[in-house]
Structure formats: C-alpha cells, structure tokens
Ligand binder design. Sequence first.
Ligand code: FAD
Length: 280
Amino acid sequence: MSTQEHPLGVSFEFFPPNTDAGREKLAGVRDALAARNPRFFSVTYGAGGSTQNRTLDTVLQVREAGITTAPHLSCIGSEKQPLRELLARYREEGIDSLVALRGDLPSGMGGIGELRYANELVTFIREETGDHFEIAVAAYPESHPQAPSFERDVENFARKMKAGANLAITQYFFNADAYFHFVERARALGVEAPIVPGIMPITNYAKLARFSEACGAEIPRWIRKQLEAYGDDSEAIAAFGEEVISRLCQRLLDGGAPGLHFYTLNQAAPSLKILDNIVG
Ligand code: FAD
C-alpha cells in the first residue's frame, strides 16, 4: 500500500501487453496513474494460464512505480500443483495481493481442473499460504452470465467472501441502482468487506458492445443510441463517455461506494479525466 493514498481509494487494472511498444506505452500510463496515489494496480491473467508469465512480467514492471500491484489468478482448467508453484513464485517476488478468479475455459481447452469455482480457489490460497495475500474477488451487480438467478449468484458471492476474501471488485455496469441493490443483498447475507465498483471508461463503442455482450454488462438503451449516433466520431464518443461515467462515479461515491476500480485498458487519459471531474 502506498502511504499517501488517493482520498477516494482508487485502483487501476492493466492487461499484459504483448509487444515492446505496448510495454513501453504501459510504463507511461503507469506513471501517469501512479501520480494519483492509487491503493493498488492489478494485472489480468489469461484463462488456463495462457498469460501466466506475461502477467508476472507486467506486475514486476508496473510495481516499479512503488504501488502495490496484484496479479489476477484464475483456477479453471488448472490442477492444484501449478497453482501452488505460482503462489510460491509470487511470494518469492514479494507479491502480497491477488485478484482470485475462476476464469473462463477457452473453447477447445481440456478439463475443468481441480478447482471449479473461485470460492474453492480462495480456500486453496488460504490453506496454502495463510494470511500472506490480501485477496480480492469478482462481484456481479447485474449477475454473472451463467448464474441461474440473481439470488443464487449473490449467495455464491457471499460464499466466496466467507472463504477468506478481503475485498470485492465488481464487473462494470452503467446502472448505479444495480450496484446498490447488490451491495444491500450481500450485506444481508453477512458480507462486510468493501465491494468496490469496477468502472469502464467509454472510449470505443464497438469494443464496449463486444465486451458487454460477453460479460453480461447491460448498456442502457439511451447510452447505446447516443453512441451509435456518434458513428466514427471518437471525440464525441469520448466526451459523452466522460460525462456519463463521471456522473455514474459521483453517484456511486455519494451513495457510499468505498472507492473506484478502473478498467484502464492500458490507457491513462480516460480514467484521469473522470477522476478530475469527480474530485476537482
Ligand atoms: P465464480 O465466483 O466461481 O462464479 C462463476 C459462476 O459460478 C457464477 O455464475 C456463480 O454464481 C457460480 N458459482 C460460484 N461458486 C459456485 C459454487 N460453489 N457452486 C455452484 N455455482 C457457483 N477473467 C480472466 O480470465 N482473467 C482475469 O484477469 C479476469 N479478471 C477479472 C477481474 C474482475 C474484477 C472481474 C469482475 C472479472 C474478471 N475476469 C477475469 C472474468 C471472470 O474470470 C469471469 O467472469 C468468470 O466467468 C467468473 O469468474 P469468477 O471468479 O467470478 O467465478
């Protein structure tokens, strides 16, 4: 943890770049965001371990800015032994925070592995490493796409928290009420840990529509219609996106959200502009 955290408790997520140019760009992005004293950075992980080494390399690069950096770790498709070895490697590298996930099996990939759900991964990490890691897990205010019902999904979420997670980060969403409702239901099931909203800045409609379809985040009709109307006008999309997401963030914070976790997509400017609007 940095000693002078951003008063809002912000965190920023990156993905591992796969080119030298991407790595170079990320160093600049990291520095621009580190200046806001985030609580932590995190780095995503490919399902089935496909980016395992790139995740660690990126964590080592990103944390040069002096900010706690948490690798994401997914269990689906993996046996316990490689996960045990990875946890040991992370400890050797002085990593003490993780984002623990089930992940999704890439199509055509083999078996489910020894741990089927994120709650089993959290239990495994606690059994193997005690209290060494601060563990964050995922939450879905609009329900995980495979959940049989909202209530069942919140129960599964509560089970995962009780397995030993310290913090939850939500999937992104554009409807603040979905977040407040989810938090209320989770609290009713005894979850006391912070549930931090995940924030996706809007910069590109085609990409956003694709991601949202895959992860079950609903783009409200009025936002969709407006973005469609802008067509290729990326400046108009960015300006509208900034306004909509800044307002969402303000509402979340005013309603008691304990911080904001930005899905940066390895860009600094969109998150910074939003932060300027809500802090300044
Ligand atoms: P789980 O919590 O295991 O839930 C998955 C589904 O199973 C849900 O429908 C749940 O209701 C159900 N379920 C849970 N526990 C049980 C149980 N014990 N019995 C029966 N049903 C159960 N993906 C990546 O590949 N790499 C990443 O780096 C990554 N980072 C992410 C970061 C955040 C903040 C978020 C929100 C998501 C991220 N994802 C990432 C996506 C995530 O891996 C997928 O959403 C995945 O489908 C579910 O992972 P989970 O950890 O939420 O799973």
